[in-house]
Design a protein around this ligand. Structure first.
Ligand code: SF4
Ligand code: SF4
Length: 194
């Protein structure tokens, strides 16, 4: 019989109890417009930003079939809820991958599904609003896009791709970080850190 070491069983991790709003005081810092504009970002909300954001969401779901499938197929089984290190570290329920996804999904449903257009309350669909945007900014920047949660999702839903889409929408309509910029544009960043 082969001689090998049997690993010791690991301690079962303790999943923290949810603490709604625990991260509400600690959203990522928004840079001032004079720092954002040289990088090609709007710096502040553009005129009709809600329309711009919703249109961009439609473009992305049209371009990336996977994104639309992810937004349509979550069954809320909860298998991903305790798999994100941001949730484990903060206890904020909005840092659960499924809840993070829902921040984008609720807007997608409102504008791009028939049920959401006619019966928004029944399907958890909401209008694009400043309150929604603030949550996007906070919680889509609390995702490191590691994709750990997607390994545990029986449907293979990739929260990282949903976070990427939300950041891309914020890049053109509101305040953001240089996420959607190409390499040439990102070079300008170097000036800020020297
Ligand atoms: S594991 Fe997948 S299907 Fe289940 S709640 Fe999470 S994202 Fe939705
Ligand atoms: S991809 Fe984002 S939501 Fe999923 S585990 Fe990683 S940080 Fe958490």
């Amino acid at each position: 019989m082969a001689d090998f070491e049997i690993p010791e069983p690991k301690e079962i991790p303790v999943i923290p109890r949810v603490q709604p709003g625990v991260m509400s005081h600690s959203a990522p810092f928004v840079a001032k417009p004079n720092f954002q504009e040289p990088l090609g970002f709007p710096g502040e909300l553009v005129d009709n930003w809600e329309e711009v954001a919703v249109k961009k969401l439609g473009e992305l779901t049209g371009k990336y079939r996977s994104l639309q499938v992810y937004l349509d197929s979550c069954v809320k089984c909860g298998a991903c809820t305790d798999k994100c290190h941001y949730y484990l570290g903060t206890s904020d329920p909005k840092n659960m991958p499924v809840a993070r996804q829902d921040l984008l999904r609720q807007v997608y449903r409102r504008y791009y599904t028939i049920a959401g257009q006619y019966f928004p309350k029944l399907v958890g669909a909401v209008d694009m609003s400043k309150e929604v945007l603030d949550d996007w900014y906070s919680y889509f920047h609390q995702c490191s896009q590691c994709r750990r949660c997607s390994v545990f999702c029986p449907y293979g839903i990739d929260t990282a791709e949903i976070s990427m889409a939300a950041r891309e929408i914020m890049d053109i309509s509101a305040v953001s970080i240089p996420y959607g910029q190409n390499t040439e544009q990102r070079r300008h960043w170097e000036h800020w850190w020297k």
